[in-house]
Design a protein around this ligand. Sequence first.
Ligand SMILES: *Cc1c(COP(=O)(O)O)cnc(C)c1O
Length: 233
Amino acid sequence: MHTQQQIQNNLTILQENIAQSLNKSGRTSEQLRLVAVSKTHPISSIENAVSSGLLIFGENRMQEALTKIPLLPDSLEWHFIGHLQKNKVRYCPSSFQWIHSIDSSELVQLLEKRCANTQQPLKALIQVNLSQESTKGGVWEWEELCRVAETLLSCQWLQWKGLMTIAAPQAGETKIRHTFATLYQWKEKLVQEFGNQEECTELSMGMSSDYGWAIEEGATLIRIGSAIFGERC
Ligand SMILES: *Cc1c(COP(=O)(O)O)cnc(C)c1O
């Protein structure tokens, strides 16, 4: 586990880098939210991060998240960032306020039904697999993306907020930036297609190795694990 001091040191460096990237792209800190990805890390590390002022956390496995979330303060905001299996849908709205990994209309419909049952809203991002790696989840095709967006727009409880992507980690700066720039363009195209300025505003992109480029290409949510908590447990 990481001590309070280690996490605080990591955060100081991270926040300095974030400020620099925001500066370079002429944006302000209100236009960016940091999601601290606590997967594999124990409760004690999350508590240390909370003591350092973090309030937004991301988990990618439902089973693991369900053992941690109830033991932490209610004031935290939880983002589900992994592939959501259909048999785990019922746990999502009761534990999470956001899901970044919507990858089908069917998943949208299952979640909407569950949210309606429990009267809990859920903010949703569609995951786009721009590097087309078969190991990753997400929508690949523009037409499919439009279909999922349309389904989301018809929901009462699911609130469509934008798009998410994961860049290929070893691809190098040019390709990674291209991935992020493409997500930005697809967001702009969707806004044109559906005329919905308000719904599709968020871009969840950038992890520990590439958040600087993501911020410069327009990220509004960055998902940072190891740069805060150290190597995964
Ligand atoms: C693990 C994970 C992250 C964080 O990765 P780091 O490289 O540790 O910052 C971000 N997004 C998703 C979807 C993840 O699964």
